[in-house]
Design a protein around this ligand. Sequence first.
Ligand SMILES: [Zn+2]
Length: 326
Amino acid sequence: MWKSKPHNRARFLRGPLVSMSLVFPFSAALGTGDPPCPFESVTERIFVIVGSDHRRCPRQSVNYPLTNPAAIIGETGVILIDPGSSLQAGRLVLERLQTITDKPVIAVFNSHIHGLYWLGNQAIGEAYPEVPIYAHERMIARINQGEGDFWVKAITGDHDGETTRFILPDHPLLGGETLTLAGIDVKVHHFGHGHTDHDLVLEVPSERAVFLGGLVVEPEVPSQGVPSDADFEGQIAATREAIALDADTFIPGRGHPAGDALPERALAFLTALYDGTAAGYDAGLTDFEVTQELKEELADYQAWYDFDQLGGVVSQMYLQVERDQF
Ligand SMILES: [Zn+2]
């Protein structure tokens, strides 16, 4: 069995998402004189800001991204994916973009509704009022039903500075589309209800790269932020489908891009959690007892972020195992 390596990076994202607008101290590794949260080169045309790398990007979700804003530099323009958590984070993404290209942003993709990923739309719309914003149609429907306001409050509600507003994606997708943007083909996949009911996975065949959105965040407890949004059997199946795409590079929603060992590790943990929960349910344990057992059985993963929050995910898995009995 694969074993997680212990690491010394600072823990982050403790507690519920609503606490993340608090200002945390900068990590010790900052202060080298380089601007925080730079774009890192991933493939020839793909660049990513690794928002969870707190050696280079402060963990303060209003001013800095916590997820992975990404840029695909096309022939005639830039495609942005998940431009971050707020107006301020989105502006930072655009500033950093200028250090790698002078091409304009010609399209934005939002992988899913969790606010850390897409509230930066506002900054992109400010700079490029005509830019098309692509998302799954279900994400757009949910924003319209009130979740846009929820996420603005949850992430930026305590912020005293300029107010973030949510900007609705205006180009609905379903999965199965291939778009050619700035000379780059982007294949849009939706593998059913997984991390949410509308996850988009984006494949860029010319770069042999796949953007996983919230489906894979690693090293981190899967779907810990909003367990009730996930269908865990679906997330396992969708992760398998994403791994099966023909790619050399996988860009997770959070964490460092890597080869297929990355989604394989996330899948192994997710599967062990789900199977362990199902076995505990069958043995007549309560969800609390299952959580206690799994914290011991899966101690190899205890260095993963939010391991102490395992209970929320196990409780939701337990409900889904129970539901599937009938
Ligand atoms: Zn998410």
